[in-house]
Design a protein around this ligand. Structure first.
Ligand SMILES: [Zn+2]
Length: 538
């Protein structure tokens, strides 16, 4: 009897939103066509106005505050139901993934308002959406606001207008659930899996003991639902965020003040995907969560699913790892076996295709045993010796006649990673213009100096076409003195020669030359890596 009732109830309930269909529909129906990192405050304002015009009378657009620098902070309100939900994004200016998702979500609900699922959400909930809570930080693409304050550590101090606004919205609206939408380090791994997290979730604690109030239990069920809904799109890439009580943070205090918060941290771009796929995951996850919230208060989603998620593991991942390579530190004669792991630093804007042109920078993450680091690119190191690249010195402004883009590219292929260019102070500005004009990824760092660096080999002219990839031919091409009179130069001599400072250590630039050693003992250039990128052959 009881079972029959249960079955009847289960069959009469409307089916849950079809996440796969939503995921597919987003590509066609997204309201904001701009990739999140490229969306600036000005364009956001125009998109919000367009959304208001498109759905006139069905949503409210309200300027609820101003940033420290006076930029408008706007809130969208839609739906008429009793369950009030507050969602805000980009309180950290360089964490944009969810911002377009909030507009996409509002547009989707109102465009599909005659269909049962959208209607149920609009009739069951009132949604308050604040996209880009920190527009000043967003404009600079920085975490903090224009006062230099981390808005998410300002819940108690309330020194920022953005923080005061969020607090006042909570107090005025008294929502039963909040969504705090962020982006995290895109190299954070899922537990010990060696896989990066695309999404990390947290049902935020409201006190140091992590007391389980009914509201927080609901937040945990929402997190479990998000795991189920999002995992098919990013298998194994959903992690649990650090749950420690953070006394100054907004999520923690909003939970304490009576609005339990779900934190969604967008992380790694899903494999083979585009940056916008993070926005898409937010869109799908948030709609599914709202659907479940109005339907049955997210019943049937066991908090254990969330609680058993592997933890976020920061620092467990590197972009590239050379496994078991031989390293030759500058100024030493003996190579030693180690792993070399490094990150290729790319700005999100660069990944999304909207960055100003500037060289990528990369730095070393680990030297030594990197077996527990995950990576997307593993280079077998066997048979290769890595040395620091050559550093050379050039003197006088007149050198700009030959210190051009073609010369720098050739220098890179010859293993030069740094050119220290001594120019008198009076000619500094002119030299800097030249540096700006010829600097680019894949070329040596051209750095101005006041005096000729006596510790470096001096370069007098553009390099000639090398006769081969061997060390002797390389030195000849650079016009540097040969290391071995008559015979072939050796690895030990190379170690003593290279002048690039610093050498291999975490935090230092990922620039090096990979050598192979021939049967005659002479090192030959195998490849050159500058700032994490292999320099292409001519
Ligand atoms: Zn954040």
């Amino acid at each position: 009897m009881f079972l029959a009732l249960l079955l009847a109830a289960a069959t009469s309930a409307p089916p849950a939103l079809d996440a796969a269909a939503l995921h597919a529909a987003w590509a066609r129906e997204r309201f904001v066509p701009t990739a999140a990192p490229c969306l600036k405050h000005l364009e956001l304002g125009e998109r919000l106005l367009a959304l208001e015009r498109k759905h006139a009378g069905r949503l409210a657009l309200e300027q609820v505050g101003r940033s420290f620098e006076g930029r408008a902070i706007q809130m969208l309100t839609l739906g008429t139901g009793p369950k009030r939900v507050l969602l805000w994004s980009q309180m950290h200016g360089d964490e944009p993934s969810a911002t377009p998702a909030l507009l996409d979500l509002a547009d989707w609900l109102l465009s599909h308002r005659d269909e049962p699922a959208a209607r149920a959400i609009l009739e069951g909930a009132t949604l308050y959406l604040v996209p880009m809570l920190n527009p000043d930080g967003s404009e600079r693409y920085e975490r903090r606001n224009a006062q230099g304050i981390d808005v998410n550590r300002d819940a108690l101090g309330l020194a920022t207008p953005e923080g005061r606004l969020l607090k006042s919205l909570r107090d005025r609206l008294d929502p039963l659930l909040g969504f705090n939408l962020h982006d995290q380090d895109r190299r954070t791994a899922v537990g010990e899996s060696g896989q990066r997290a695309s999404i990390a979730l947290l049902a935020v604690a409201g006190d140091p003991q992590g007391t389980l109030t009914p509201g927080r239990a609901r937040a945990k069920r929402v997190c479990s639902l998000l795991v189920s809904v999002l995992s098919p799109f990013v298998p194994g890439a959903v992690a649990r965020y650090d749950e420690d009580w953070s006394p100054r943070a907004f999520g923690d205090n909003l939970t304490k003040w009576g609005t339990p918060v779900v934190l969604i941290e967008s992380g790694a771009v899903p494999g083979g995907g585009r940056f916008e796929d993070l926005t898409r995951l937010n869109f799908v996850g948030l709609l599914a969560a709202l659907d479940a919230l109005v339907r049955d208060d997210v019943a049937g989603h066991d908090p254990e699913v969330y609680e058993k998620l592997p933890r976020n593991q920061p620092g467990a991942w590197a972009d590239v790892i050379f496994r078991g390579v031989e390293l030759l530190q500058p100024g030493t004669r003996e190579a030693y076996r180690a792993d070399l792991a490094f990150d290729v630093r790319r700005d999100d804007r660069e990944l999304a295709g909207c960055a100003a042109r500037r060289p990528a920078r990369a730095s070393i993450v680990e030297v030594g045993d990197a077996r527990f680091l995950g990576t997307s690119r593993e280079v077998p190191g066997q048979g290769r010796v890595l040395s620091a690249p050559f550093a050379v010195a050039v003197e006088g402004l007149a050198a700009r006649a030959w210190l051009d883009a073609a010369t720098l590219s050739r220098l890179a292929r010859l293993g030069v990673g740094q050119v220290s260019w001594a120019v008198p102070l009076a000619e500094r500005a002119e030299a800097q213009r030249h540096v700006d004009g010829v600097s680019a990824p894949g070329r040596p760092r051209l750095e101005l100096a006041e005096a000729l660096d006596q510790g470096l080999q001096r370069l007098e002219r553009a390099p000639t076409e090398p006769r081969g990839r061997g060390l002797a031919a390389t030195l000849e091409s650079l016009g540097l003195p040969p290391l071995a009179a008559g015979g072939k130069p050796t690895l030990a001599q190379l170690g003593a020669l290279t002048g690039f400072r610093p050498g291999f250590a975490p935090g230092r630039p990922a620039s090096f030359v990979a050598w192979t050693v021939g049967s005659d003992g002479e090192p030959r250039i195998d490849s050159v890596w500058l700032d994490g990128e292999e320099v292409p052959a001519p």
